[in-house]
Design a protein around this ligand. Structure first.
Ligand code: GDP
Ligand code: MG
Length: 436
């Protein structure tokens, strides 16, 4: 029978609405998953609050069960949080000047090469790469090697230690040579540092770039967010480049950066090869994060667990024909929290269809709690003993009318009939057919 019930439940999942109870569980799990993925607690909380609002009261489409719908809502919200649409690189100016900023080791030089390669091959641009890291001769050499590899000119001046002058000289050469994109690679430090910030600020002021891109290592987690903010305060950059997404990072920093600095992520870097550069598509990133399994499986697990437990508990009660007014009261309290009677009915195995014809009036439940609370424990367990004098006492005690007490008793007995029916061979065969 359990098997059949499971199948019936599964069928029922496609009906009704998402309820507060299953959402609350799921939301908690999603939030935990996001925090585990390096999303800051505040961002995760804001995010799950939005998801919760959207999830509650959204009708389950026929083709989706509630857990699938939850995943869809989470996915859509993630996409939205990461900017919704893909943000283009502005390379209209001639020459377009792109300034690359970020901490040491974040991947600036590698990205500069990749971007040059991309603009050359996909946008047909004549690119000039500028070696602006004056502190490490090896960094200049690194850019020259990359330039040679992709067939792009590199401006370098090993004698000059002034990055502002280097940038100015490079721009002059670009104009002379007819380069239409100039990419300026800069020096970073291991941590945010006054001198580095001052230097990049001066380069920024001097060259007045068309695009300033902030490069950040996605593996640095929460630190990435602080760095993103510090650089944004100084440069007010146009976009973010997330590197090293080929590692086992869950990329949660992407979400937080996006919300904290409100700048689009424009590119992601997924390897050391020059081809490993991708335009950032918010939707694909959401796919990626969800596809990494944790969020999706957590959503589904939480959902399944709730359904199973609830179904098992009710199934036992129904099988024993012992569903009484105490259970009813619990259900009503849940209904009040959910605000939707049909949700509850949908959770009772097999009840969705069976109860369709039984009239259920939400208004009739207004005084119901009061009525049940006015019953003695004995009366709740065994409603048959409620005679007229008991009814009068209950009505008076609950501040309702005799008519309302009668109505509740009638509804309860109808529910009982339905449950008896479900346990009969006829009911079982009906559920069997529903499960197919
Ligand atoms: P910079 O100091 O900011 O210029 O950083 P580099 O471009 O020199 O990169 C630092 C290290 O990270 C180098 O070993 C790169 O090969 C490596 N790197 C850069 N981008 C990526 C990436 O997307 N994935 C991986 N796995 N490694 C990267
Ligand atoms: Mg470098």
């Amino acid at each position: 029978l359990q098997d059949k019930l499971d199948k019936a439940l599964h069928t029922l999942k496609g009906k009704g609405q998402i309820t507060e109870i299953n959402v609350a569980e799921t939301i908690k799990e999603v939030r935990r998953a996001l925090v585990d993925a390096d999303v800051s607690y505040k961002v995760a909380k804001d995010f799950t609050d939005t998801v919760k609002k959207k999830a509650l009261g959204s009708d389950v489409l026929t083709s989706l069960n509630p857990s699938q719908l939850m995943v869809k809502i989470v996915h859509d919200e993630l996409t939205e949080l990461m900017g919704g649409k893909q943000a283009d690189l502005n390379i209209e100016a001639n020459p377009a000047i792109i300034l690359i900023a970020g901490l040491q080791g974040s991947g600036k030089t590698t990205f500069s090469g990749k971007l040059a390669n991309y603009l050359k091959t996909s946008k047909n641009k004549k690119v000039l790469l500028v070696a602006g890291d004056v502190y490490r001769p090896a960094a200049i050499n690194q850019l020259q090697v990359l330039g040679e590899q992709i067939g792009v000119d590199v401006f370098a001046d090993l004698e000059n230690k002034n990055p502002v002058e280097i940038a100015q000289n490079a721009l002059a050469q670009a104009k002379q040579n007819g380069n239409n994109v100039v990419i300026i690679d800069t020096a970073g430090r291991l941590a945010i540092d006054e001198q580095m910030m001052d230097e990049i600020r001066r380069v920024h002021q001097t060259v007045n770039p068309t695009e300033t891109l902030f490069v950040v290592d996605s593996m640095t987690g929460q630190d990435a967010v602080n760095t993103a903010k510090a650089f944004n305060d100084v440069l007010n950059y146009n976009g973010v480049v997330l590197t090293k997404l080929d590692g086992d990072t869950r990329g949660g920093a992407a979400l937080t950066i996006r919300t904290v600095v409100d700048k689009p992520i424009k590119f992601i870097s997924t390897g050391e090869k020059m081809e490993a550069l991708d335009i950032f598509y918010p939707e694909r990133m959401a796919d990626r994060i969800l596809g990494m399994g944790d969020v999706v499986s957590l959503v589904e697990r939480a959902q399944a667990q709730f359904d199973e437990e609830e179904a098992k508990r009710l199934q036992k009660k129904i099988a024993k024909n012992s569903f009484d007014f105490d259970d009813f009261l619990k259900q009503i309290q849940q209904i009040k929290r959910m605000g939707n009677m049909k949700d509850l009915i949908g959770m009772i195995p097999g009840a969705g269809k069976a109860l369709k014809d039984v009239e259920i009036n939400d208004d009739a439940f207004k005084g119901v709690e009061a009525i049940i609370k006015s019953m003695t424990p004995k009366e709740r367990k065994n409603p048959n003993i409620i005679d007229n004098s008991r009814k009068k006492r209950i009505a008076a005690g609950s501040g309702t009318t005799l008519q309302e007490v009668n109505q509740l008793l009638k509804q309860f007995s109808e529910m009982g009939k339905m449950m008896k029916f479900m346990n009969s061979s006829q009911g079982k065969s009906m559920m069997e057919s529903m499960a197919k």
